[in-house]
Design a protein around this ligand. Sequence first.
Ligand code: AMP
Ligand code: MG
Length: 496
Amino acid sequence: MTDTAVAEAPGLGLQLPWQHSFAGLGPAFYTELEPAPLPAPHLVSCNARLAAELGLDPEWVASQEGVAAFTGNRLLPGSRPLASVYSGHQFGVWAGQLGDGRAILLGELPSAGGPQELQLKGSGLTPYSRMGDGRAVLRSSIREYLCSEAMHGLGIPTTRALCVAGSDQPVRREEIETAAVVTRVAPSFIRFGHFEHFFASGQQAELRKLADYVIDRFYPQCRTTPRFNGNAYAALLEQVSERTAALVAQWQAVGFCHGVMNTDNMSILGLTIDYGPFQFLDAFDPGHICNHSDDRGRYAYNRQPNVAYWNLFCLGQALLPLIDDQELALAALESYKAAFPRELEARMLAKLGLTGADAGDREVIEGILQLLAKDKVDYTIFWRRLARHVAGEPAETVRDMFLDRQGFDAWLRLYDARLPADRGGAGRAMLRANPQFVLRNWLAESAIRQAKLGDFSGVDELLALLQAPYDDHPGHEALGGFPPDWASQIEISCSS
Ligand code: AMP
Ligand code: MG
């Protein structure tokens, strides 16, 4: 369909300032195609805040017309739908060509933070669907929608989500569910796997074109840095390594398990991308495996930092023909090893309200993590209570969380001695570093059960809390409390 034909489509006269820089890379990078219509779609939830950031009227997004546009039932005039091709390593094994099997990019819209790509996830078959049906179910779409905004609210780099629309169309997973489309938003959805694709297929001109695109658009400083003898591709690898290190440090600090850190799920911009079987830790268990399908625990919580490095190594290999110097590539990757512990320590010190490096910091950090693990203490609640204690409340609510009271008291003495004289100030800073609300599995599950019955108020309620997770939300305390007993029975797999 040409743009003119689309503009004549009934009901969608809205002219948006689309740009198509990714499409400008050329046909080796994607297939142009139209989304498959979703029968009788309805709005599940609209993220009014993000709509406004994109210059869209939230009421329009939530209207019948908006729902038609963001399911792909009606093409927005000037958009240029396409599915991109990529490859990747899945669970440590080369998986060959993958690509957007159920996601369709519409183009980019301007925002104060720069151009943002809009992508419909679950909008039908593409040439990259392989055995899949091109659809996403309501359950996983709500999880992705809420978690993207939860991460954004926490200040963790992530793709975002504009809205979810659902339909009664049945979709087969372990059981019959219904279809939904989540509209994702990010400066770019390019993954490590995009680079691996052109490396593995020996398309070196395309590989260079892709790297140049990413550098010019997102990492222009790589062109001017004197580092790596002016080798811009080595500088790119270093920048991506540093961003990935900062990202994973934030995951670890907040207790987030991604669940499927395959190289096709790693963003070249260091964003959290592809929310599947993710989980925020309840009880602190370093070896926790959130993905029920990950029987070997490759993506366990405490393995995420090493897996990220492994993934960067794959990216380094893919960039090697451009860097053209193995020593430089290894030196660029090396930056991860310095950046990750530095970033993690900074995050943990912020959680503890400690400023300024001290030789005893490591003992304080490791000491509390050991106690948390030994007594399987709820991770999020512990940190929030500690913040409250430092801000002025008695220590009992924190102390009561531990079986090993002596161990905790000994740690608290060590920690107290490190706290600054202005404890109130430290406490207030800690309340901005330790969230009251994270998207625990049971919270998502409750909202999903309600949504399956046609009531989407739980989704909207969580969205509002998670967009401001460091605030107290009077009347919603229970949603920041301990998980109910049934939460431990929830099994989340790759099925989505
Ligand atoms: P994921 O594990 O969700 O990151 O997906 C891995 C690959 O499978 C990507 O290429 C996805 O586009 C594709 N995929 C996942 N689910 C489906 C589906 N239901 N239909 C088509 N492709 C899918
Ligand atoms: Mg994926």
